[in-house]
Design a protein around this ligand. Structure first.
Ligand code: ZN
Ligand code: ZN
Length: 361
């Protein structure tokens, strides 16, 4: 190579760092609650150590620039198509990513995906100390090993591979009765499983949803209100693995999926209250008031009146302030709670969060 060409190559190679100078993170805007942190978590993803397309450290880079707080790399234990190129080493993805995660303040949780034919299907075990003991043939032995390590186990994508196979089976019953299964992935990437959502509520299992990403992620570039990385908001006391675990085990979660938050009522009500603020009305007549309504979240929040409140429908675009003209419901009402239903706050497959907007008339 001629010296001049070499100089050009060296310059080109060094350009991205010159041009950027610093890394930029695209935050995910869901506010903290008064008593803790709203952690943005994706605890299901793959690398070349199973059938993913990226190296473990890249998952940390992606997590940081896409606004996440916590991740778990959950490579398949039994499915390793690149085995001839990358030998079986179940703990290496975590070990390799650990240093960078610390540097970037990403909580990294050691995990793995138990990968069996459906039924019973796939399960993630996280908070493991050592993945290797789970690499064993007997199905129940795997979960006994996970249980010995005090792991948190999720039944993954229950509706995957057709509705006839996405059934709650005998294995699920056994795992559930032995308290070896703690959560259900009610959303996985671009799928929502209404039936599994019902089982989770009925059996008091934790609601989670993740990307299960295999390819490189470009969510920081491509994210829209409707199309974004599926993840779980975990309402933790602070940003530590211990707090995250405590909140996850207590079921303080909300799944962010396609412009919806799916969770239990207390968590969704608290999030709604933190996301939406009504400013004191700046203009009023005898019949109505004009007020700014601020939505600080990533959701385009949709409200429907459930009674006499007007307007009948309100749409609050993400990270925006909307001007709303509220009709005064009664003659001498001073401060009125207007009753609405937040249609993208999902508390059950067929139920949405009921909210009261306190408008000072
Ligand atoms: Zn899977
Ligand atoms: Zn997976």
């Amino acid at each position: 190579m001629k010296l001049k060409n070499l100089v050009v190559v060296v310059l080109l190679l060094s350009m991205p760092s010159f041009a950027l100078g610093q890394d930029v993170r695209r935050e995910i805007h869901f506010p903290d609650l008064p008593n803790g942190r709203t952690l943005k978590c994706d605890l299901h993803m793959h690398t070349v150590f199973s059938d993913g397309q990226v190296w473990p450290t890249l998952r940390v880079d992606e997590a940081w620039r896409e606004g996440l707080d916590a991740i778990s790399i959950t490579d398949h234990i039994e499915h390793q198509p690149f085995k001839r190129d990358i030998p079986t080493a179940h703990n290496r993805p975590y070990e390799m990513a650990q240093g960078l995660a610390r540097e970037k303040s990403i909580l990294l949780i050691r995990g793995a995906e138990v990968t069996r034919e459906t039924p019973p299907g796939h399960f993630n075990a996280i908070f493991l100390q050592d993945v290797n003991p789970l690499d064993t043939k007997d199905f129940y032995e795997v979960f006994e090993q996970a249980h010995r390590q005090n792991a948190f186990v999720t039944w993954n994508h229950p509706g995957w591979q057709g509705p006839e196979r996405g059934r709650w089976g005998q294995e699920q019953t056994t795992l559930y009765e032995r308290k070896w299964m703690h959560a259900i992935e009610i959303c996985n990437e671009n799928e929502y499983y209404a039936e599994a959502h019902g089982w989770a509520l009925e059996k008091n299992l934790v609601l989670v949803g993740y990307s299960d990403i295999h390819s490189p992620s470009y969510d920081h570039l491509s994210r829209t209100v409707e199309n974004h990385r599926t993840l779980t908001l975990i309402l933790a006391r602070d940003k530590t693995v211990e707090s995250l675990r405590e909140a996850l085990e207590a079921g303080r979660t909300a799944v962010w999926y396609r412009n919806q938050l799916i969770g239990r009522e207390p968590e969704l009500a608290a999030l709604f209250a933190a996301c939406v603020q009504i400013r004191p009305p700046h203009a009023r007549s005898s019949r109505d008031v004009c007020a700014e309504v601020v939505n600080v979240s990533e959701l385009d929040i949709e409200l429907e009146s459930t009674g006499s409140a007007r307007p009948a429908k309100i749409r609050l675009p993400a990270r925006s302030t909307s001007l709303v003209r509220f009709e005064q419901p009664g003659e001498d009402a001073q401060k009125v709670d207007l009753e609405y239903r937040a249609t993208n706050f999902v508390t059950a497959p067929d139920r949405r969060l009921e909210v009261r907007l306190a408008v000072p008339f």
